[in-house]
Design a protein around this ligand. Structure first.
Ligand SMILES: *Cc1c(COP(=O)(O)O)cnc(C)c1O
Length: 400
């Protein structure tokens, strides 16, 4: 079968809830992927940062294969001999006292919202049913009904009502707006430290720290959704570390699964995590031994290969090389570490640019029409960054 045949199958049998770039991946390793025709591409999306450790990292693949020969799924009705080791490693990596494992990012966000609502009643003393959570414009936290109830994106929300109440939305990158929206019933503020899906929107310096301080002052939990920005993507283990704005709860996902399977979690200190008692929350698959073995290996690779330092160093190189490319339609280059975006002028359609990049051997996807995100696996080398820059330069310089 050829690429076009696989695409035809997706079109015929799938729901049309995505509009993928027309390319089929049938093999992947490190930063490279190949299609059924054998054409090779540099992956500059990394499955939205779920492949920070690179495709099929040998250490993570080995951990998965080894665990497949031992045990894979136990449910939480019984203990298994991997979950505790995984949670210990995750707590040590993040610097929190407790972790609660789930599967997808949206579930981690749901878990954080549930923790905050319970904490609001049981610790802060808010009447149940009156808890309020503050979120921000242009957020992306996932696709469940509760999570889209926070969204300001009509694509994500139209005709999915009734929406979940209890959220107040304020502008992003405006700490005063958060402070003004706080009431005695506010239990949490949830933000992405850099907005990924919104187009790699980096807030002004001082924002995260200000939000942290406002939350502390008002006895409100600060929740950071680090699902896309976490695990070394922005040059630090977590993006909040750029301002030492340690949140009360972190939502984690994507790269925690090492590019192999969906693994998510929240981490928090005992003071928050204690609100969960037997029967009050759960997941059949969360913390399963296969996921735990993979999650441990995923964390080890981040540390052993110093992927935070690699992201910082090569991110700077990437942005400075991008800035040298002459393209009058580009209005901004922004990002941190290896989470970067090129913004074209308003109204510009970047889809055709992504097609040209594909034809030249680099995969990236536009967001909001005029923004292209560039987020390669963090194991990328300097030579591969230069190869990518040459491809991007060739394509951008031909844009009229
Ligand atoms: C991808 C993402 C999610 C949702 O994760 P899923 O695994 O797709 O449910 C939530 N928050 C952020 C910031 C994300 O980038």
């Amino acid at each position: 079968m050829k690429s076009q045949d696989y695409i035809a199958l997706d079109e015929r049998y799938g729901a049309h809830n995505y509009h993928p770039l027309p390319v089929v991946i049938s093999w992947a390793e490190g930063c490279r992927v190949k299609d059924p025709e054998g054409r090779s591409y540099l992956d500059f999306l990394s499955a939205y940062s779920a492949v920070n450790q690179g495709h099929r990292h040998p250490k993570i693949v080995k951990a998965a294969k080894d665990q497949l020969d031992l045990s894979t799924l136990t449910s939480r009705a019984f203990h298994n001999d991997k979950m505790g080791l995984f949670l210990k490693k995750l707590c040590e990596f993040t610097g929190y006292e407790n972790a609660l494992p789930m599967n997808t990012g949206a579930e981690a966000v749901e878990t954080a919202l549930k923790a905050a609502r319970r904490w609001g009643v049981e610790v802060k003393g808010v009447e149940n049913g009156r808890q309020e959570i503050i979120c921000v414009d242009d957020n992306f936290h996932g696709r469940t009904i509760a999570v889209i109830s926070m969204s300001s994106d009509p694509d994500a929300t139209v005709n999915y009502g009734p929406y979940v109440p209890g959220f107040r939305r304020v502008p992003y990158a405006d700490a005063q707006a958060i402070e003004k929206a706080i009431t005695p019933n506010t239990v949490a503020v949830i933000i992405e430290p850099i907005q990924g899906e919104a187009g790699v929107f980096v807030p002004p310096v001082g924002y995260l720290k200000a939000v942290r301080e406002i939350c502390t002052k008002n006895h409100v939990l600060f929740i950071c959704d680090e699902i896309q920005t976490g695990f070394c993507r922005t040059g630090k283990r977590f993006a909040w570390e750029h301002e030492e704005a340690r949140p009360d709860i972190m939502c984690l996902g994507k790269a925690l699964g090492g590019g192999i399977m969906p693994i998510s979690a929240i981490v928090a200190d005992h003071e928050v995590m204690k609100v969960f008692t037997p029967g009050t929350h759960g997941s059949t698959f969360g913390g399963n031994p296969l996921a735990s073995a993979i999650g441990m290996a995923a964390l080890e690779v981040l540390v052993d290969e110093k992927l935070d330092e690699n992201a910082e160093r090569l991110g700077q190189l990437f942005r400075s090389e991008l800035a040298k490319i002459a393209c009058p339609r580009v209005t901004e280059i922004r990002g941190k570490g290896l989470l970067n975006a090129v913004v074209f002028e308003k109204g510009f359609e970047a889809w055709n640019v992504c097609i040209s990049l594909r034809d030249a051997g680099l995969l990236a996807k536009q967001t909001h029409g005029n923004i292209i995100r560039f987020a390669p696996p963090l194991v990328i080398t300097e030579a591969e960054i230069k190869e990518a820059i040459a491809i991007i330069k060739g394509v951008f310089e031909k844009i009229a």
